[in-house]
Design a protein around this ligand. Structure first.
Ligand code: SF4
Length: 279
């Protein structure tokens, strides 16, 4: 049994959220750069260049890539041979978020749903945990803005709607979002499981590296088809029209009930901020 002290978790979470908000990962920057050649609209190309410049300025001046520094979403994979000491995991992740948003001068965006009163420190974080084999603790930080999150949805389709019903739902959601999720977007899709697991799958799908196709050949084809059809809608970078509305589509799928076909869409904006650490 390997011991991991909560102080290490707090420190890691604090730094992950600061790093994620300031330094867009190279994978995202490369995808936006690659999109400049694919974009047919002159305005769209210019917007993509501006997004690259924005990411460079954020890095140089240690400023957030976007003013919406998001809700603090975390995925924690806990090795079954890890023993957390000095406190509990939830409090440690929460403390790390609180410290990171304070130290990094990141906007606190978490509030009471009705009164809209800000919680003041961007807690509580959203925390997804998984017990996995091994003796390490993997923490993924994904600050996510409201503009893109607002255009996600779960829908319980009927089994007869099948593959075409799933595609129609996803395209409907992209059209509904239009320019609001700050395109070029990344589309996470969760198919199967049940109501709540399809939503989590769609968020997990967003964690896949851009440009990497699904290992399941059928899903890889579906991802490619959807990316192509989304980019033919014409929303374009930041909604000015164009051929690059999405940088990528990623799908995750699980078996589901014989009477159901759950599908969830989670849209991510161009400020796709995600960082991870293994303790
Ligand atoms: S959708 Fe993304 S880029 Fe747009 S304001 Fe929100 S966090 Fe920023």
């Amino acid at each position: 049994m390997r011991e991991v002290h909560v102080d290490a978790i707090i420190f890691a979470v604090e730094n992950l959220f600061i790093d994620a908000n300031i330094n867009l990962s190279q994978n995202v920057i490369d995808a936006i750069k690659g999109a400049i050649d694919k974009e047919e609209s002159a305005t769209g190309k210019e917007v993509l260049r501006e997004l690259i410049r924005n990411a460079e300025i954020a890095k140089e001046e240690r400023l957030p890539v976007c003013q919406d520094t998001g809700l603090a979403i975390t995925f924690v994979e806990i090795g079954q041979d890890v023993h957390i000491i000095g406190g509990n995991l939830s409090d440690a992740v929460s403390e790390g978020v609180k410290k990171g948003y304070e130290k990094g001068y990141l906007r606190k965006s978490c509030c009471h749903p009705f009164t809209r009163k800000n919680t003041g420190d961007n807690t509580p974080p959203i925390m997804h945990t998984k017990i996995v084999p091994g003796n390490t603790l993997k923490i993924i930080a994904m600050p996510k803005g409201g503009g893109s999150e607002n255009y996600g949805e779960v829908r319980m389709l009927t089994p007869s709607q099948g593959r075409e019903g799933v595609k129609a739902f996803i395209l409907e959601m992209i059209k509904k979002g239009g320019p609001n999720p700050c395109p070029p977007i990344i589309v996470g899709v969760g198919i199967g499981g049940n109501l709540e697991t399809s939503a989590v799958l769609s968020k997990e799908a967003l964690m896949a590296p851009l440009g990497v196709r699904n290992s399941d050949p059928e899903l890889a084809i579906l991802e490619t088809e959807l990316l192509d059809e989304i980019n033919r809608i014409g929303i374009g970078p930041q909604g000015y029209g164009g051929t690059v509305t999405a940088l990528d589509v990623h799908i995750r799928m699980l078996p589901c009930h014989i009477a159901s076909l759950p599908v969830a869409v989670n849209i991510q904006c161009h400020a796709h901020r995600i960082k991870e650490v293994i303790l």
